[in-house]
Design a protein around this ligand. Structure first.
Ligand SMILES: [Zn+2]
Length: 417
């Protein structure tokens, strides 16, 4: 059995750290693919009963997704050179003080003199703990780790070569956008085309980059060469709405001889990747959040303001911040033309008021995220054109929920939309 204890004496919760390590499955895959190019077995080491020498790392260089020779971006890779490295079984990205930001990566060195190391998306700048055993661990000098690079918009289809066996067919891939708003019409589309001359077995996995979780897998037992294949994903996971974060598609094909090819996403976190958000900012034009009277809770004659006003020119397009079902549409002397949406995958409701004209939607209609709900206006009790936006807690608008201050949500959606 390999040693169980993790590292320093303050690290009492080893099961927690092991769980963290297990979440980086895709990184193990990426690193494993790269290591397969080196001779196998050179560093085999069979256990904790024999003496394990203390690793002697001497140099750390960036080899993939590099900001400079010594600074790496999350999702990239480092090479640790030195001696006595064959027994190293994991490397801990120590980050700053304390264990909260520690991230560990399992490694299987192919030689005594070098370790190739995938850098988790969540890793922070700081020393590395090169770990070969409880009494055989060495802390390095600090390594600079930059945030992971944003996804790059790809062409509809372009050559996409990741780790591949000799003779495996060439691949092309493409992903329709670098952002997906949950509930958008059509979701995000991944396309691929396989070269060669014979059908192959294909598998597409959708991986959440933050923790390596495989969210969904699509299998195709026989894909003809030269034909464009298409897969769409709308943001649902097996247990409900998928969490916000960065995701990527990875294609893997196996030909008739057993040769495997993977798409570029298997080794490049910017390729075929996108960010999933649960809401989009609803005002699609210039806007501001007004003065104190625009705030939730501001005084109104006989009541307090139940939403946040977003000042915007008359006629500015308003879209649904989140998909749902139109719960109410109407006209009210104070609210003007307004519409209330019961959110998909969420028990809360949202309301859009003072629309210049009645919404084209009707009660009971389904509305997609980002779908037009009406133009900004000043109908009802309003002195200037603006959106009055309400956000109601479960179970919703005049159904037992209560309005809450939506300003911090609006500002967050505004920043990334
Ligand atoms: Zn208002």
């Amino acid at each position: 059995m390999p040693p169980r204890t993790l590292r320093s004496s303050d690290d009492s919760d080893s099961s927690h750290s092991r769980a963290r390590a297990a979440r980086f499955g895709w990184l193990t895959l990426a690193a494993g693919a790269a290591l397969a190019l080196a001779p196998a077995g050179a560093g085999a080491q069979d256990g904790g009963t024999s003496f394990v020498p203390k690793p002697q790392p001497s140099k750390i260089v960036c080899v993939s997704s590099c900001e400079s020779k010594t600074a790496v971006r999350g999702g990239g890779a480092l090479k640790v050179a030195g001696t006595r490295l064959a027994g190293v079984s994991k490397v801990i990205f120590v980050g700053g003080r304390g264990r909260r930001d520690d991230v560990e990566v399992k490694v299987d060195p192919a030689s005594d003199r070098a370790i190739k190391l995938a850098v988790p998306m969540e890793a922070h700048s700081g020393p590395l703990m090169i770990w070969a055993g409880e009494r055989a661990q060495t802390k390095t000098k600090s390594v600079k780790i930059m945030p992971p690079p944003p996804p790059i918009k790809s062409a509809e289809l372009s050559p996409s070569s990741g780790p591949a066996d000799p003779g495996a067919p060439p691949l092309e891939t493409g992903t329709s956008d670098t952002k997906l708003f949950y509930g958008e019409r059509g979701g995000v589309e991944f396309k691929y085309r396989v070269g060669g001359s014979a059908p192959v077995k294909a598998q597409v996995t959708l991986v959440r980059q933050n923790d390596g979780a495989i969210v969904q897998t699509w299998e195709a037992p026989s894909v003809a060469p030269g034909q464009i294949q298409s897969i769409r994903w709308e943001g649902d996971a097996a247990d409900g709405v998928a969490p916000e974060g960065r995701y990527m598609f990875v294609l893997s094909v196996t030909d008739g001889t057993g040769a495997v090819a993977r798409s570029a996403g298997a080794s490049n976190p910017q390729r075929d990747s996108f960010d999933l958000w649960h809401f989009v900012f609803p005002v699609r034009g210039s806007h501001n959040y007004g003065q104190s009277g625009a705030r939730f809770g501001a005084g109104r004659s006989g009541h307090s303001h139940q939403g946040q006003d977003v000042m915007s020119p008359c006629g500015t397009k308003l879209v649904a911040a989140r998909a749902g079902t139109v719960k109410f549409k109407g006209y009210h002397s104070a609210a003007g033309n307004y519409i209330v949406v019961a959110l998909d995958g969420d028990d809360r409701d949202q309301a859009y008021m003072h629309l210049a004209q009645p919404s084209p939607l009707s009660k009971g209609d389904h509305v997609y995220t980002n779908q037009f709900v009406g133009p900004v206006g000043d109908t009802g009790d309003a002195t200037a054109c603006h959106l009055h936006f309400e956000f109601w807690s479960a179970p919703g608008w005049y159904d037992g929920g209560a309005p809450f201050d939506p300003l911090s949500d609006l500002q967050a959606w505004d920043a990334y939309s």
